[in-house]
Write a protein that binds this ligand. Structure first.
Ligand code: SF4
Length: 211
């Protein structure tokens, strides 16, 4: 009975998921150019499990809670989920910001205890290059010079807050590299030496990449 309930929930949530059909701005910091190419070219990927969909939902719930916490101390959050985009010829890359607070972009994340401890050691930008890319590109698109990142530990609800300063040179290089990769006629070289490589094992394009 219990197992069948869990299986039904997982199947239901997995079935409701609509896979993203394009490369999103939140993903352009992915370290693999081939991954970026697959995402931009709408390549079929491994379906996302229902459990992971529910994990994303938990992230959204935490985001709402943090915004409520900020507002509870009279920090106004505007522009929630505002769409931003980069247009380059016929390519349009879109994303959604978490919000704007006091003239700063707002980025909210959540992390497991183990991952949160890494953040405390290295700081936001070294902690997750994808998150770094997302924050800096969004700052440019919102014409903002700073970003307040708020990360919540999912195990004990501890908060981490850091202010990032916009690095325009970094964004320029990032976008040049991203557009160079996604506009190639064929997928770029693999970064994984073989299918058993650790980054391949958790890649949603593993199958197509090594077929
Ligand atoms: S399997 Fe490795 S090389 Fe292939 S797309 Fe994924 S990360 Fe890139």
């Amino acid at each position: 009975m219990v197992n069948s309930i869990i299986e039904k929930i997982e199947a239901k949530r997995a079935g409701e998921n609509i896979p993203r059909q394009h490369l999103g701005l939140s993903e352009i910091g992915h370290k693999c150019p081939r991954w970026l190419w697959y995402a931009h070219h709408n390549t079929p990927s491994k379906p996302i499990e229902g459990r992971i969909i529910r994990l994303f939902r938990t992230g959204n719930i935490i985001e709402d809670a943090i915004i409520s916490d900020l507002e509870s101390i009279d920090i106004e959050v505007t522009d929630r989920q505002r769409e931003v985009e980069i247009v380059n010829g016929d390519i349009v890359l879109k994303g959604h910001i978490d919000g704007i607070v006091s003239g700063q972009l707002l980025e909210i994340k959540s992390a497991s205890e183990k991952y949160f401890k890494q953040l405390l050691k290295v700081g936001y930008e070294k902690w997750n290059p994808k998150y770094k890319a997302q924050a800096h590109v969004y700052m440019v698109l919102c014409d903002l010079e700073e970003c307040m990142v708020v990360v919540e530990n999912k195990n004990d609800s501890n908060l981490y807050i850091e202010t990032l300063k916009l690095d325009r040179d970094y964004v320029t290089k990032l976008l040049i590299d991203v557009f160079a990769a996604i506009t190639l006629p064929e997928p770029p070289e693999r970064i994984c030496p073989d299918v058993s490589w650790y980054e391949s094992k958790c890649c949603k394009y593993q199958e197509v990449c090594f077929t």
